[in-house]
Design a protein around this ligand. Structure first.
Ligand code: HEM
Ligand code: HEM
Length: 172
């Protein structure tokens, strides 16, 4: 029997999805951040939406830890293990990307504000070399995230259209 996810898991899943999709789009369309950039326009929106992603992913991670996930008996053990591994990797990767992006913002001497309102502490003082490297790694990880989410979405579509085993439906 395939059991549904609880409503909060579903809500958080689609919230993380929407926030990450928006954040990815803003990141791709905003101007490249360099010495002459200003903390305005799409760049400023990237930092605001970044805090939305961070809050959503931390909430999803906490809920995932305190709330057991329903098991389905319909899929092979190796598929369950692989899916669980990919899920954890995706959540941890998003969290890591947020922290690196936050440090990279502070590198420029800009403050990250929660939802654009509440100032958050700087993770690194302006000009710290490691915070510059954090920005480079952040940019690299964008592609790793795309790859993992791609595998994840292909798996969901496979279950829905080919295996027809209700795995996608339990998240809807
Ligand atoms: C999962 C969440 C995130 C995604 C998908 C994402 C995506 C992106 C993308 C696509 C770029 C452009 C890379 C390029 O130049 O080609 C970028 C750059 C950047 N993002 Fe994010 N971002 C995320 C979270 C954050 C957060 C939370 C912050 C800060 C609060 C942040 C700050 C930055 C900064 C400072 C850059 C410029 C990096 C540099 O070139 O040094 N990002 N991000
Ligand atoms: C940024 C985009 C996405 C992220 C970060 C993400 C992340 C996750 C995570 C972490 C889980 C595990 C949930 C848990 O056990 O608490 C999950 C499950 C799931 N996701 Fe996504 N997801 C994304 C996009 C999508 C999309 C676009 C689809 C549908 C096409 C989808 C379909 C599913 C399904 C069906 C499950 C349940 C799998 C199972 O029952 O084992 N996800 N997702």
């Amino acid at each position: 029997m395939t059991r549904d996810y609880d409503p909060l898991t579903k809500l958080l899943h689609w919230l993380v999805f929407a926030a990450v999709a928006a954040q990815y789009a803003i990141g791709e369309f905003m101007p490249h951040i360099g010495r002459k950039s200003a903390d305005e326009g799409l760049i400023a929106w990237h930092f605001i939406m970044g805090t939305v992603v961070l809050v959503a992913v931390v909430a999803a991670l906490i809920w995932r830890v305190v709330h057991p996930v329903p098991q389905t008996s319909e899929i092979a053990l190796w598929q369950k293990r692989l899916a669980t591994l990919v899920h954890w990797l995706i959540y941890l990767l998003i969290f890591t990307m947020c922290i690196l992006g936050w440090a990279a913002t502070n590198y420029r001497g800009w403050e990250v504000k929660l939802f654009g309102i509440i100032p958050l502490p700087a993770l690194a003082p302006k000009g710290t070399p490691w915070a510059h490297t954090a920005g480079d790694i952040h940019t690299l990880l964008v592609n790793v995230l795309l790859g993992l989410v791609g595998v994840h979405v292909l798996a969901a579509l496979y279950h829905h259209f080919i295996a027809k085993d209700g795995v996608l439906r339990r998240m809807l």
